[in-house]
Every structure is written in structure tokens, then in C-alpha cells.
Design a protein around this ligand. Structure first.
Ligand SMILES: *Cc1c(COP(=O)(O)O)cnc(C)c1O
Length: 391
């Protein structure tokens, strides 16, 4: 008891429950399907649950073909092999993104060319893309930040004009739309994540979405260690052979069975996350009115999926200090991203054609707030944040 009292005095925030930033959601059927996978007697990849996930993902996204992968990182690496990135090839992308968006191309000798983002959505600024194109440019990788669609019409028009491939980093974008079309179905290729921090998850997981049919056959080969195993088992090849480069990118059936349970609930999970997101949005209007912070902006042509709720706090505050204070008050809020162009590997392997003021500015003001199924402490978060920003 004495030890507990001492602990609480030293850690006052523990007197109230700590609100975690994320709590991986379980729909309930995951364990049922895992047992079923075991009784099927197929635990390696591409068994019945993987097929179910592929079918469900095609239904949900409207993509032409889907292949499960170990992660979105793995799917991006598959995409880089698939589009034949060679040393010196340039790939246009935002600097405001997760490491894997760039790293996947660097592994093939490609050069990420970092372009600034729009200040409303924090998505790749479509008006800056053309200035970054050179004869070495091979692809554009728009990242749909927070599940809010990039200006895809313009991006696809530019890609067509310069004969570039579009790979959507749709890691955060399941069940989101742009002009009525699902994100992940718009580029030649798209990559999704089912990491535990994403809306739909299986711990670690991802998928490559193939919308340009010319990439379909080779994608299967790259995913199966460079062999034609998939075609062979479909009876489309007479021998099972090594035919190209590749790696082992396919997850086993235990992972696929867990994921399938989640995918079955994708629409209800999205609906609930949007409800929680909207509660933040309505409640935080008052904070925005004080001019001390601004809320996310969702362009009319997009429908998001409630993946992230963030606030951009006024530059007069020290964001890291605000995060430290909110943590001390029992709320686990986080920031991201550290802009890639200014990171050690980004400076070594990447390139920029002009300054990235919006990226630098936004990455220093952003606070991501807790959002998970079951979260209902919006008022407490608002109370603590208003209090901190009032000082
Ligand atoms: C999460 C994320 C990734 C990486 O996904 P993994 O499945 O963890 O590899 C890549 N890009 C973006 C934008 C992400 O949010």
C-alpha cells in the first residue's frame, strides 16, 4: 500500500486512467477463423482464407486484382520491382509520409524526389508535381494522408501527359473515396496496410492492389519468390520454375484468417470511426474559434474513413511541450511525420527540387489524438488541450 501511494504521488496522472493513443480492435471472430484455418490443414499462404481476403478486398475497393502481402512496406517493395525501378530512376512523392514510401524505391536504386504538401489536407501538392518531373522520372506516389484522398484527377492527368506510373500509398485509406471512387482503385497500383494501428488490421499485414492489368501476372511471380507457382497451380503453366526476381511476400493463412474476420466488418468499423471522428470535430470547433488550433479539412470531393483525428496548433506554442503536458495529464497523443527530406537517410538517398515550407511547418504543429473503437473521452481530451493552450 505504501509503495502504491508513493507511486501515485510520483505519477499523478496515474490517479486517472491513462488514455492510450491506439487500442487494436477485435471484432470477435478472429479466433474462430484461426481455428478454422488450422482445421483446414493449410497454414502456408494462398489457402482459402487468403482467397476470401482477396475477394473481399476486390469488393471493398473496386480494384481489379488484390494480392495480400506481409505489410504495406512489402507491397511497396513489390511495386518498385514490378515497375522496374533502376538505379537513378526518380519517383515523386511527399516528404510528409512514412519511411516505407521512399525506402521501397531506394532499395532498387531509385531516388525519391520529395515535393511539398497542400496545407489543407497535408497531401502531395498536385500543383508542384510538374516542376519536379525530369526525363528520369518514372512514377508518382501520392499518399492519402489520414485516409483523405489526394487530388487524383489532376495527378492522373499529369501522369498520362508524361507517361508516368501512379502508385497510391493507400496504407491508411481502406473504405475512403475520391469523387465516389474507392482510394486504392485509381492508380496503376496501390498499397494498403493492415498494421495494428490502421482501421482494419491483422497485427502486421498489407496488400498490393493492381488496377492496370499489364502488371497482374508478374505481380504473382514477384510475390512467389520469382517463380510461376501461382500460374502452375491454376494449370496455366506446365512447369513450376524460377522465372524472374522476387521474394516471399505472401502471408500465411493464420494471418489471412484473422484479417478476413476484420474485413467482414470493414464497413461497420469505418462507420463507427467516422462517428468518433465527428464527435471530436464538433466538439473542437470552439477550440478552432479561439485561433489556437485548426481542425482537419476534408475537401468536398472526398469521403474519409475516420483514420486519424489531428489538430494543428498555432505556431506560438511549442508542440513538443504541449505533447509532454498532455501526456502528463494522462492522454497519450503523438506527432508524426519527421519530414523524410530532412532525415539522415532522406538526405543521403533522396532529393528535392525546391524548398518544402508547408511540410516543415505542418510537421511541427501537428498533434494526433487518441481514436479507436470504444473511445468516448472526447470531452476530457478537449478540456485538457484547451487548458494547456490557455496558458
Ligand atoms: C502505415 C503506413 C505504411 C507502412 O505500413 P506497414 O503495413 O506497417 O508496412 C506506409 N505508408 C503509410 C502512409 C502508412 O501510414
Amino acid at each position: 500500500m505504501a509503495v502504491l501511494c508513493w507511486y501515485l504521488l510520483e505519477n499523478p496522472s496515474k490517479l486517472r486512467s491513462q488514455i492510450p493513443f491506439n487500442k487494436p480492435h477485435l471484432v470477435g471472430k478472429e479466433s474462430v477463423y484461426i481455428e478454422e484455418a488450422h482445421s483446414n490443414g493449410i497454414l502456408a499462404g494462398d489457402g482459402p482464407f487468403t482467397a476470401n481476403c482477396h475477394k473481399k478486398l476486390v469488393e471493398l475497393t473496386g480494384s481489379g486484382k488484390v494480392l495480400l502481402a506481409h505489410s504495406c512496406t512489402a507491397a511497396l517493395e513489390m511495386a518498385a520491382i514490378l515497375i522496374d525501378i533502376k538505379p537513378g530512376d526518380e519517383v515523386i512523392m511527399p516528404s510528409y509520409t512514412f519511411v516505407s514510401t521512399a525506402n521501397a524505391f531506394v532499395l532498387r536504386g531509385g531516388i525519391p524526389v520529395f515535393v511539398d504538401v497542400r496545407s489543407d489536407t497535408l497531401n502531395l501538392d498536385e500543383n508542384l508535381i510538374e516542376d519536379a518531373i525530369t526525363p528520369k522520372t518514372k512514377a508518382i506516389v501520392p499518399v492519402h494522408y489520414a485516409g483523405v484522398g489526394c487530388e487524383m484527377e489532376k495527378i492522373l492527368t499529369i501522369a498520362k501527359k508524361y507517361d508516368l506510373i501512379v502508385i497510391e500509398d493507400a496504407a491508411q485509406s481502406i473504405c475512403s473515396r475520391y469523387k465516389g471512387k474507392s482510394l486504392g482503385s485509381l492508380g496503376d497500383l496501390a498499397c494498403m496496410s493492415f498494421h495494428e494501428t490502421k482501421n482494419i488490421h491483422c497485427g502486421e499485414g498489407g496488400a498490393l492492389l493492381i488496377n492496370n492489368p499489364k502488371f497482374a501476372e508478374r505481380a504473382e511471380i514477384i510475390r512467389e519468390k520469382g517463380t510461376n507457382r501461382t500460374q502452375f497451380f491454376r494449370g496455366q503453366a506446365d512447369k513450376y520454375r524460377w522465372v524472374d526476381i522476387g521474394s516471399s511476400f505472401l502471408p500465411g493463412e493464420l494471418v489471412a484468417s484473422f484479417l478476413f474476420a476484420q474485413l467482414e466488418e470493414a464497413e461497420s468499423i469505418t462507420k463507427e470511426r467516422i462517428r468518433i471522428w465527428n464527435t471530436y470535430h464538433e466538439l473542437f470547433e470552439c477550440l478552432e474559434k479561439t485561433g489556437k488550433a485548426r481542425r482537419p479539412i476534408i475537401p468536398v470531393e472526398t469521403e474519409h474513413n475516420g483514420h486519424i483525428y489531428y489538430m494543428l496548433i498555432d505556431r506560438s506554442f511549442d508542440r513538443d511541450d504541449v505533447l509532454e503536458q498532455i501526456e502528463r495529464r494522462g492522454i497519450n497523443a503523438v506527432f508524426h511525420y519527421q519530414p523524410l527530406h530532412a532525415s539522415p537517410a532522406g538526405m543521403k538517398y533522396g532529393s528535392t527540387r525546391s524548398a518544402l515550407p508547408v511540410t516543415e511547418d505542418m510537421s511541427e504543429c501537428i498533434i494526433r489524438l487518441p481514436l479507436w473503437i470504444g473511445f468516448d473521452q472526447h470531452s476530457r481530451v478537449l478540456g485538457e488541450l484547451s487548458d494547456i493552450l490557455a496558458e
